[in-house]
Ligand binder design. Structure first.
Ligand code: PGA
Length: 246
């Protein structure tokens, strides 16, 4: 009942030329797929180009961040309206790298989610624990707090969650399907505490997803998608991940 979603997170990789090369190679390989939502998140400078290139296809474009104000004297920032104007339909909010390196806190992220939804964007909201937090048995506490605070007062209709254990991001260490499923189940239960839509909400797993492990992860009951970093930079491997069913 939940439509699967496979999203690429390119982080700070790819020029416009590299973006264009990727999309030209990737698009034809996924053209027949109509039962998976396919999303690519290039850096800001490539968003409009990417959105123009995928127009009319089954691929959608996401930004990796936004500012929570709609406009103003915020040097270096980009608003949700500008992202829509560039042709995006999604935005990733609260990625652990934003939380960790750019000090984005629950309150700011909550404002960003509301700004994005207010502009008509769909949101992929990221949560996840560090290795120390996991070893101390705090995974549910951390993830639960990030959900409750970050999504306070939010209409969940256009929100998906990405569970990304920080120890699995870019490390080659994937959570086992069972470890991921356990947290995904917890996330769904936590959301049920403040939204009637918990069973319909898509929960993506992220952290060293690759062609070799995506199928097993996607077979778990509460894993509805994948947010893919490193393995999404190559059109062949990202295409294989999108086509995990075949
Ligand atoms: P990774 O990154 O696939 O390279 O681990 C995932 C992410 O940070 O979204």
């Amino acid at each position: 009942m939940r439509r699967p979603v496979i999203a690429a997170n390119w982080k700070m990789y790819k020029t416009r030329e590299e973006t264009s090369l990727f999309i030209r190679e990737f698009l034809p390989t996924v053209s027949g797929i109509d039962d998976v939502d396919i999303i690519i998140s290039p850096p800001f400078t490539s968003l409009a180009l990417a959105a123009d290139m995928v127009k009319g296809s089954n691929v959608q474009i996401a930004a990796q961040n936004i500012h929570f104000e709609s406009e103003g004297a915020y040097t270096g920032e980009i608003s949700s309206g500008m992202i829509v104007d560039a042709g995006c339909s999604y935005v990733i909010i609260g990625h652990s790298e934003r939380r960790q390196y750019f000090a984005e806190d629950d309150g700011q992220l909550n404002r960003k989610v509301k700004a994005a939804l207010g502009s008509g964007l769909s949101v992929i909201f990221c949560v996840g624990e560090t290795i120390e937090e996991r070893e101390e048995g705090k995974t549910n506490d951390i993830v639960g707090r990030e959900l409750v605070k970050g999504l306070e007062g939010v209409d969940m209709v256009n929100v998906s969650i990405a569970y990304e254990p920080i120890w699995a991001i870019g490390t080659g260490k994937t959570a086992t399907p069972e470890q991921a499923q356990e947290v995904h189940r917890y996330i769904r239960e936590k959301i049920a505490g403040f939204s009637e839509r918990s069973e319909a909400i898509r929960i993506l797993y992220g952290g060293s997803v690759k062609p070799a492990n995506v199928r097993e992860l996607m077979s778990m009951e509460d894993i509805d998608g994948a947010l893919v970093g490193g393995a999404s930079l190559d059109p062949v491997s990202f295409s294989q991940i999108v086509k995990y069913k075949s």
